[in-house]
Design a protein around this ligand. Structure first.
Ligand SMILES: Cc1cn([C@H]2C[C@H](O)[C@@H](COP(=O)(O)OP(=O)(O)O[C@H]3O[C@@H](C)[C@H](O)[C@@H](O)[C@H]3O)O2)c(=O)[nH]c1=O
Length: 357
């Protein structure tokens, strides 16, 4: 089958990150995918080699290419399909299965709304039906993106060799990755790591995390000179990594700080302790979303409190508790592995709907 995936880049890297992963995972199962994206610039570093079964198409107002719609059309995160494409969908002998892929959440509405049909009332495709597809953490949702050979790849992976190739010697250090926005508790985290009993190598992602850490270090240097006088904390700025190497980073670290949507899923598959910086929404809707996730993951008290402080819902950052966080992460991964992944669920759904088209 041919899948058309439409992606509008709002900000950050998650929109295209999720769409690219979806496309390549479909391709990994023998499907053909086309990613229509208004700003493909991030793919230059995320996926510099592309994928032989995935075509990237510039999504412009005027159709640059006249391509007949495929068997399945996905609008990611509620982006609206171009009018000319909707016209072509309406003309197709068998209408494509039309799916709106939603944002990931552990809130209960994901289960309630998953696969709901929405009749298209106006526009060139009036009379068609669109289906909501909700990724999620429970069996009643669409599940999470997970490549078919995840376990094998993780078993074959040599974390120390990968770190060494990035110029990092693990030694006795605790290795921590940092991918975040601008957390209010950044200074607290750095001070905690610097005063802890172990040497810490903090590997900081390029972009907003690097800018945030520079600012935090400058603030600490001014307010608390000597805060890292024992040199327990070593900060290393990373270049932008390819998506597979970003996964390798998460597989290599003892503790991962992730953000948004796609890296959260990748941290879950890494199965290591992690802290999530949730994408902030203006009306604080992300607070409810974060609490729902902490409930789903059965976060022990220290993990819950750490998340609240990291996400600005509380002030005091508690101590890192690797043992209980590791048990929680391992348990979450096992629960998720027992469920079908998003592409399996999506392909099953499309087969069912296609039969009734
Ligand atoms: C730092 C880094 C990231 N990545 C990838 C991993 C992910 O696919 C992607 C980051 O996406 P996320 O983890 O989702 O975080 P994000 O903050 O970049 O994206 C966000 O975008 C907003 C518009 C959405 O509303 C949010 O829900 C969220 O998706 O970038 C790399 O491939 N290499 C890197 O070096």
């Amino acid at each position: 089958m041919v899948w058309d995936i439409f992606c509008k880049v709002i900000d950050n890297h998650g929109d295209i990150g999720v769409c690219w992963r979806l496309a390549t995972q479909l391709a990994g199962r023998g499907e053909s995918a086309r990613v229509w994206v208004d700003d493909p610039s991030a793919l230059a570093w995320m996926a510099p080699s592309g994928h032989e079964r995935v075509e990237v198409i510039a999504w412009t107002d005027e159709p640059a290419v006249a391509l007949a719609p495929g068997d399945v059309v996905i609008e990611a995160f509620g982006c609206e399909l171009p009018q000319h494409f909707q016209e072509q969908m309406a003309q197709r002998a068998t209408r494509p299965v039309w799916i709106n892929l939603e944002y990931l959440t552990a809130e209960s509405f994901a289960e309630r709304n998953h696969t709901l049909a929405s009749p298209v009332l106006t526009g060139p495709a009036a009379g068609a039906t669109k289906f909501f597809f909700y990724p999620g953490f429970t069996g009643g949702t669409g599940g999470l993106l997970r490549e078919t050979r995840l376990d094998d790849a993780q078993h074959a992976f040599d974390a120390d060799a990968w770190l060494r190739a990035q110029g990092i010697e693990r030694g006795d250090s605790m290795v921590v990755s940092l991918f975040c926005y601008e957390p209010a508790a950044m200074c607290q985290l750095l001070a905690q790591l610097a005063s802890g009993p172990r040497q810490v190598a903090l590997l900081v992602a390029d972009g907003r995390p690097a800018a945030a850490i520079h600012q935090a270090i400058a603030a600490l240097d001014e307010a608390t000179p000597g805060w890292n006088s024992r040199h327990h904390l070593a900060v290393k700025l990373l270049p932008l990594l390819t998506q597979p190497d970003f996964d390798h980073l998460l597989w290599s670290c003892d503790l991962n700080f992730v953000r948004g949507e796609d890296s959260l899923v990748r941290a879950l598959w890494a199965g290591r302790p992690f802290i999530w910086h949730i994408y902030p929404q203006h009306d604080d809707a992300h607070h409810t979303k974060l609490l729902a996730f902490l409930d789903w993951i059965e976060a022990p008290a220290s993990l819950r409190e750490f998340h609240l402080a990291w996400n600005g819902m509380n002030n005091a950052l508690p101590a890192i508790d690797m043992a209980s966080w590791a048990a929680c992460a391992a348990h979450a991964r096992n629960r998720l592995l027992a469920q079908d992944d998003l592409v399996t669920n999506l392909m099953r759904f499309v087969r069912q709907k296609g039969m009734h088209a």
